[in-house]
Design a protein around this ligand. Structure first.
Ligand code: SF4
Ligand code: SF4
Length: 146
C-alpha cells in the first residue's frame, strides 16, 4: 500500500515539475520564426552576395568602371563592362555580372572598390536546383530596386 502512495506522490511531483517548465517557457519571449513566412534581419557584419550601391542623388550606380574589383577577385567571378556615352569623358557601367557559384565571400572586391560602389547584401534566402540562378546581373538588379 505504501508503494502505491509513493508512486502516486512521485508521479504527481514529476507532473508538477513538467507543467512548471511548460508554463515558464510559455511566458518567455519567442525565439523562433515561422519560416518562410517570416525572415530574420541579418546583422550588420553578415556577408551575402555583393550588390551595387546607389548614388543617392542620381539613383545610378556609383561604379566608375575601373575594373579593380574584377582584378582583385581571386576566383574571377566578376565581369564588368562599360562605355563612354557620347560627349562624356567618364565611362558608364553597362554590365556587372557576378557568378555567385564561385564566390567565397572573401571581400577583396569590396575592399578594392574606392568609390564604395559595391557592398555585401543581406540576402541569405537563396535556394535553387539550377546553378544558373546564381549568376546575377547586378546592374539589372539595381535598376529593378530603384
Ligand atoms: S567576395 Fe571575393 S570571391 Fe566573391 S566576388 Fe568578391 S572578390 Fe570575388
Ligand atoms: S572596383 Fe568599384 S568602381 Fe571599380 S569597377 Fe568595381 S565596382 Fe566599379
Amino acid at each position: 500500500m505504501s508503494g502505491y502512495f509513493t508512486e502516486l506522490f512521485t508521479g504527481t511531483k514529476s507532473l508538477a515539475i513538467g507543467l512548471g517548465i511548460t508554463i515558464k517557457a510559455f511566458f518567455q519571449p519567442v525565439v523562433t520564426l515561422q519560416y518562410p513566412y517570416e525572415t530574420l534581419e541579418m546583422k550588420p557584419r553578415f556577408r551575402g552576395h555583393i550588390q551595387l550601391t546607389q548614388d543617392e542623388e542620381t539613383g545610378e550606380s556609383k561604379c566608375i568602371v575601373c575594373g579593380m574589383c574584377q582584378k582583385a577577385c581571386p576566383t574571377g567571378c566578376i565581369t564588368v563592362a562599360g562605355k563612354k556615352p557620347e560627349g562624356s569623358k567618364k565611362k558608364a557601367l553597362t554590365r556587372y555580372i557576378l557568378n555567385f557559384t564561385t564566390c567565397s565571400l572573401c571581400g577583396q572586391c569590396v575592399e578594392s572598390c574606392k568609390p564604395n560602389a559595391i557592398e555585401f547584401s543581406k540576402d541569405y534566402n537563396l535556394a535553387s536546383f539550377d546553378k544558373n540562378d546564381f549568376i546575377f546581373d547586378l546592374l539589372k538588379r539595381l535598376k529593378e530596386k530603384s
